[in-house]
Design a protein. Structure first.
Length: 200
């Protein structure tokens, strides 16, 4: 069984978190992808966020109609930042027969040397790097170790169509009481945001 893992703050979740993962499922034949909302993102320690369980609820709502996409609360159960290598170790124990694929963006891949025990990550899972067309690993974005890793069978670069939406922009609009761009956020999530007045 091929299982993808896709972590993030999902603050809030939007179609830019959904469309690339659907495409990766089709291209790689993933049986399921587990979304992992993070309670305490180690790379965003100083930014105020919606409460962790609210972000988990929004992720669940966004994925209700998706047959192969599921939300996991694993990284919400920790009382400290969640580190990717530990999450992979957890799912390696839970799913010992699974072929694990870690989905991450090009910027995250470039930043990998700053992650805890980063050299162990590609040993625990294949890295699926979701990149925009024209993303050039040789244009100074990757240090030599990451560039070398990108050339191995532990890394798969998938070109993705750009999705013109960001959580930062959505939070700005919500804080100002302005409408969200049509289709940017799943309708059930829009209703949840309105009901609980998040980001206001």
């Amino acid at each position: 069984m091929k299982v993808g893992l896709f972590g993030g703050s999902f603050d809030p979740i939007h179609r830019g978190h959904l469309e690339p993962v659907r495409a990766a499922c089709e291209e790689l034949g993933l049986d399921r992808v587990l979304y992992l909302p993070t309670a305490n993102p180690p790379h965003k320690p100083h930014r105020a966020q919606a409460p962790p369980w609210a972000r988990f609820a929004m992720t669940e709502l966004a994925l209700l109609g998706e047959q192969r996409l599921f939300a996991s609360a694993h990284e919400l159960t920790l009382d400290r930042p969640a580190y990717t290598v530990e999450t992979l170790e957890h799912f390696r124990r839970e799913l010992p027969e699974a072929d694990l694929h870690l989905l991450l963006g090009g910027d995250s891949f470039a930043d990998l040397p700053h992650w805890v025990r980063f050299r162990e990550i590609p040993r625990l899972a294949r890295l699926v790097v979701l990149v925009r067309p024209g993303w050039d690993q040789s244009a100074g974005r990757l240090d030599p170790e990451m560039a070398a890793l990108a050339g191995t069978d532990r890394v798969r670069l998938l070109d993705q169509a750009p999705v013109d939406v960001s959580s930062t922009r959505l939070r700005t609009l919500l804080a100002a009481g302005e409408p969200l761009p049509a289709g940017a956020v799943p309708e059930l999530v829009v209703r949840y945001l309105a009901k609980y007045n998040l980001y206001r």
